[in-house]
Design a protein. Structure first.
Length: 1099
């Protein structure tokens, strides 16, 4: 049967891709059958299999038109019916996961056929694992095949996996085997299975009561240049297994042991995850730093697949809102992406705690009530909470001892790790116990901290291992967390949904403050309420503090520092200094305790040693490893005593430190900092104490594969915090750091290197903004000027997108010369003309055909548009800030369309102001209208020394009508996308497959450009239009015949149209004809606007 390597991708043309998109979007088996049954339509899709069909036809001696088949053969009196299934007839690129189809049509022609009746053996063959099929097709296909087959033999994507055997389903009497691969030059370990079928028990085997059909499987793997018996299969130490198909099978060759009791494991987990440790809180009560997690935990908001547009209706289809993070758990394969300290780890601990409490019966129904998780067949799932760094460390240590599973990246490493951890905790669970729970789909796998892998290569290796876990145990949900900087390029999990944790909003912050007050004063509601008010006022006092408070770790730290110091710092380095100082000094009074300054120095040395380890940044180490790194400072005791070994002194200090400040914590045999950001800050402290030359060598010296250390994702936070520490020592220290970065560029730096430097330095300057710092070095400004090339269509594609974004953000801090409504090139003049508006998916020969067209794009109609000017890109934060900074921004003249009573600032405004060149978002239609009215008056005033009136007579600034917007995107030629008919990609649009997760600076994707030069019409942010939304407006336009400048009018509360798609949306929403709508008061981080210069219109 054919696989993806048998598909000729060159034959998958635009027509075939559009047909496939239509089939996937419709998710209609009848429609699929109609296409496959039609020779003409089927030929479009089957061209990719021409070579396979030619081979297969030559083998049989007759021409073949379908790439699937069914045959009956006889072997030794046994009649076998074989169904050869094609899971690759939709295969076209490396993004096939979840987009392939078998179809009912194919199954009805191969599996569920009369020819199979009476066969002794019914066997199905296919290439792909089930999860590669589209969900609407894969589940039903799997059920049908299991129902009608005795044996399913399928491939396993050529992965280097200990290919697991699925026990037969007694209700269906079906055994499914996943094979390895055998082909010359494979970069994966080759493996195969030799399968023997017996109608009677094999010679030497114990006969069954009714002589059941039996399958014997021999496992072989290519190891060290030879085929070897694979003895790593679960329960198969001899390298073979036997299965009876006519009744439930026991484990191969032996009676299954009684299931182990996980109660001790669950009790330990419930205790470990049942509290939140608040370090350094001075209360006079030794137990007060531990609070029950249920008392302090607040719900987090997230955007992404947890609120997928495809799962919503009405206005929400176009406008996915932020939802509770726990709602994303409906995705069986999920990556949670979030900034440092945003609450990823605490969320996983909360999930694990709720499940453990539910399964133990302490809080029945907690999983469903608190998390929305439905129980599995055996009740609430068993939570497996796994720090990824700890898991990877176990693998490396075990491999170094030449023990453990044979395959270096196999799924067997998970139960092996869990068994070792359980053994250390005396939990009486072995690897086979965990494997059974996983096989039965009873577990929920929670993998925390992909970003904590030591380096990029380790992260990529971890990703491959996690993908193998997902394939090995498809019935077990799997959740992974990561920081954004680490979740990119090759370190992205295939087939996983991803959701992004939002910064805390005002309601969440206030909710935490209320809980915090009650936790501090559990028996004094009046004191709790008073403390709540005091802390809320302190957080609201300065913009920088409000920014910090939107991060959960920072909010907690602010609450602690405010309690202890009765004041709050402004800048992050100052804040961490306050936190670390209190954590260390809070326990200084204990007899024998090292002085606080010495504790800080030793911890900083350890943090820097972990950050600069030759194997990559370490986030957990053995106590011995840590002691060896800080031993040089431990050669003397407190009073100059030289007795004792320095390493032993260091180990004693570390052991005491785990108890004292809590900055260090122990997990099993491993030490780590309580939060990664503490390690990063203390490493910055250590760097700041080094001589300039040594510091420069560490940060800018010998570059690895990823470049100088300070450009690597795992160093970013340390470098930014270093700038704050250096500033507190004197501005000249920061200037020296900046000069070092600029010096390393050399005399003739490439554009990519200048853009990367501009991005790093811009982030550094932005982090120092509470101090009002600006670099004095003139080369900084020159590098920012050079970074303008990130907007050049010829040069931009040569620069990684992450570097372009960073450079554009940095440039905006100094002043983006593209911004400003009187800047040359800010407007694009369009001549107007006649074009076909809308799309339909019914008639390929009729105008406006698009297989992905939605009902609200229909009917197609002809429109004439008068000439107008349109903004080259959407309104930017800096441009909207000018409106708010104008003392007349509340003038009722601007708010005649409505919204006068609204708060004039967009939501999340303080965060937006940190990125002046990104599109302004989180604003209502009324705010966009008010801005246009204000800008009209501003541009009508005399400008400059000569008093030039910039606004042309008879024109105003306003939002574009739908017709104007679609004309700009589509043109008279009817382009499917603003740039043409080619599908979106990362050079053309910021959408879900670009994996950025937020709006990016305007105009940075030069591929998203119309022939007239209009940018950003597809993706990044939805754009408000002037029109009200009316379901029948397109029909009315069609009935009127060609119309000039149509506009759907409404009242003040009418929903308004959105156009263009956004960064968390799929490609179908980026088409020039796609449209959506929401209420005019709606504010969202997906929605911005752009302006036109045109004749006035009444909306």
């Amino acid at each position: 049967m054919p696989g993806n390597h048998d598909a000729d991708r060159r034959q998958v043309d635009l027509i075939a891709r559009m047909a496939q998109q239509g089939l996937l979007a419709a998710a209609d088996q009848d429609q699929i059958a109609t296409v496959l049954a039609d020779p003409g339509q089927g030929a479009v899709l089957f061209k990719r299999h021409a070579a396979y069909l030619a081979f297969y036809g030559a083998w049989l001696g007759t021409a073949q038109t379908l790439p699937w088949w069914q045959r009956t053969i006889e072997i030794r009196g046994q009649r076998l019916h074989l169904a050869g299934l094609d899971s690759a007839w939709m295969a076209c690129d490396d993004q096939d996961y979840g987009r392939l189809l078998l179809s009912h049509y194919q199954i009805n022609q191969t599996v569920d056929v009369r020819a199979a009746a009476g066969a002794d053996w019914r066997i199905a063959l296919l290439h792909h694992p089930w999860d590669h099929l589209a969900p609407f097709d894969g589940t039903a296909a799997r059920q049908a095949i299991h129902l009608h087959r005795d044996l399913v033999l399928r491939g396993h994507r050529h992965e280097s996996e200990a290919f697991r055997v699925l026990s037969p389903d007694p209700a269906r009497a079906c055994l499914e085997l996943a094979a390895g691969c055998v082909y010359d030059g494979s970069r994966y370990p080759n493996a195969f299975q030799w399968i023997e079928l017996y109608a009677d028990p094999p010679v030497g085997a114990a006969p069954g009561r009714d002589a059941p059909k039996r399958v014997r499987v021999h496992f072989r793997a290519w190891v060290q240049g030879a085929w070897q018996t694979d003895r790593n299969q679960p329960g198969c130490p001899d390298g073979h297994a036997e299965f009876d198909l006519d009744r439930p099978a026991a484990a191969p060759g032996k009676r299954p042991p009684p299931p182990a009791d996980p109660r001790k494991y669950l009790e330990d987990l419930a205790t470990d995850t049942g509290s939140i440790d608040i370090r350094g809180l001075v209360t006079g009560r030794p137990e007060a730093h531990r609070f029950p997690i249920a008392e302090l935990y607040i719900e987090l908001q997230a955007t992404g697949t947890g609120a997928a547009a495809a799962d919503q209706t009405g206005a929400d289809r176009t406008h996915p809102r932020a939802t509770l993070l726990r709602e994303a758990l409906v995705n069986p394969r999920l990556v949670i992406v979030g900034d440092p300290g945003c609450g990823k780890t605490t969320f996983l601990r909360w999930v694990a705690h709720c499940l453990a409490a539910d399964r133990l019966g302490r809080d029945p129904g907690a999983a469903a009530r608190r998390l929305g998780l439905a129980p599995g067949a055996a009740g609430p799932r068993l939570p497996l909470l796994i720090p990824i760094a700890d898991w990877l460390d176990y693998i490396e240590r075990t491999k170094a001892q030449k023990t453990g599973p044979t395959l270096p990246n196999g799924a067997a490493w998970l139960p092996a790790y869990l068994s070792a951890r359980a053994g250390d905790a005396n939990q009486a669970l072995g690897a086979d116990d965990f494997r059974r729970l996983l096989d039965e789909g009873q577990a929920l796998i929670l993998l925390d901290g992909l970003d904590e892998a030591p380096d990029r290569l380790q992260r990529e290796r971890a990703v491959r291992r996690i993908e193998r876990l997902a394939q090995a145990w498809p019935r077990c949900p799997l959740v992974v967390t990561s920081r954004p900087a680490a979740y990119q390029d090759r370190a992205v999990l295939a087939g996983f949904a991803h959701t992004t944790i939002e910064a805390l909003d005002a309601a969440a912050i206030d909710g935490f403050l209320a809980r915090w007050g009650r936790a501090l004063f559990p028996e004094r509601p009046d004191r709790a309420a008073a403390h709540h008010r005091e802390l809320a006022a302190a957080l609201a006092s300065r913009r920088e503090i409000r920014q910090l408070a939107r991060n959960t770790v920072m909010l907690t730290a602010l609450a602690v520092v405010h309690w202890n110091d009765k004041r709050l710092p402004e800048q992050r380095a100052e804040l961490y200094e306050s936190i670390v100082r209190w954590l260390i000094e809070a326990r200084e009074q204990r007899p024998g305790r090292e002085r606080s300054q010495r504790c800080r120095q030793l911890l900083a040395d350890l943090a820097l040693a972990m950050q600069t380890d030759p194997k990559g940044r370490q986030v957990q180490v053995t106590r011995r490893w840590a002691a060896e790194r800080i031993a040089p400072r431990c050669d003397r005791g407190q009073a100059g005593d030289t007795a004792g070994d320095p390493i032993e002194r260091a180990e004693s200090f570390l052991a005491a430190e785990e108890i004292d400040s809590g900055i260090l914590v122990r997990r099993g045999h491993q030490l780590r900092f309580w939060h990664l950001t503490f390690q990063e800050y203390l490493a910055a402290q250590a760097l700041a104490g080094r001589p300039n030359a040594e510091r420069a060598e560490l940060l800018l010296g010998a570059a690895g594969e990823d470049g100088a250390a300070l450009y690597r994702p795992e160093w970013r936070e340390t470098v930014l915090l270093l700038a704050g520490v250096l500033y507190l020592q004197g501005e000249d220290k920061v200037e020296c750091l900046i000069a070092g970065v600029l010096d390393r560029l050399g005399p003739t730096p490439t554009l990519a290197r200048q853009a990367r430097a501009a991005g790093l330095l811009g982030a550094l300057v932005r982090d120092l903004s509470p101090f009002g710092y600006r670099p004095a070095n003139p080369r900084y400004a020159r590098v920012l000027d050079a970074a303008l090339a990130v907007f050049d269509p010829a040069q931009a594609p040569t620069i990684p997108l992450a570097d372009r974004i960073a450079a554009a953000d940095a440039l905006a801090q100094a002043g983006d010369p593209r911004l400003g409504w009187t800047q040359p090139g800010r407007w694009v003049e369009l001549p107007g003309g006649s074009f076909t508006m809308g799309a339909q998916n019914q008639d390929q020969a009729a105008p406006g055909y698009d297989p992905e067209a939605r009902d609200l794009e229909y009917p197609v109609h002809v429109v004439n548009v008068t000439a107008f000017r349109i903004a080259r890109f959407p309104a930017a934060v800096q441009e909207f800030a000018e409106f708010l900074d104008d003392e007349d921004h509340a003038d009722p003249r601007w708010w005649r369309a409505g919204g006068a009573g609204q708060h004039p600032e967009p939501d999340d405004w303080q965060s937006q102001r940190a990125y002046p060149s990104r599109p302004v978002v989180n604003l209502s239609w009324y705010q966009a209208m008010a801005f246009c009215a204000w800008l009209t008056v501003k541009l009508a005033r005399p400008q400059g020394a000569k008093g030039t009136v910039w606004l042309p007579p008879g024109l105003v600034v306003r939002l574009p009508t739908e017709a104007e917007w679609e004309y700009a995107a589509r043109g008279e030629s009817g382009r499917r996308h603003p740039w043409g008919d080619e599908p979106p990609d990362a050079q053309r649009a910021n959408y879900i497959d670009t994996r950025i997760g937020h709006a990016i600076p305007v105009g940075i994707l030069t591929g998203d450009c119309t022939p007239n030069g209009v940018l950003d019409l597809a993706g990044n942010v939805w754009e408000w239009c002037l029109d009200a939304y009316s379901a029948d407006f397109y029909g009315w336009c069609q009935r009127q015949g060609p119309l000039a400048d149509p506009l759907a009018r409404g009242d003040g509360d009418s929903p308004r149209v959105l156009r263009g798609g956004a960064f968390e949306y799929r490609a179908r929403y980026l088409r020039s004809t796609d449209r959506g709508w929401v209420g005019p008061v709606n504010r969202d981080r997906f929605i911005g606007f752009r302006c036109v210069l045109a004749a006035p219109r009444q909306p």
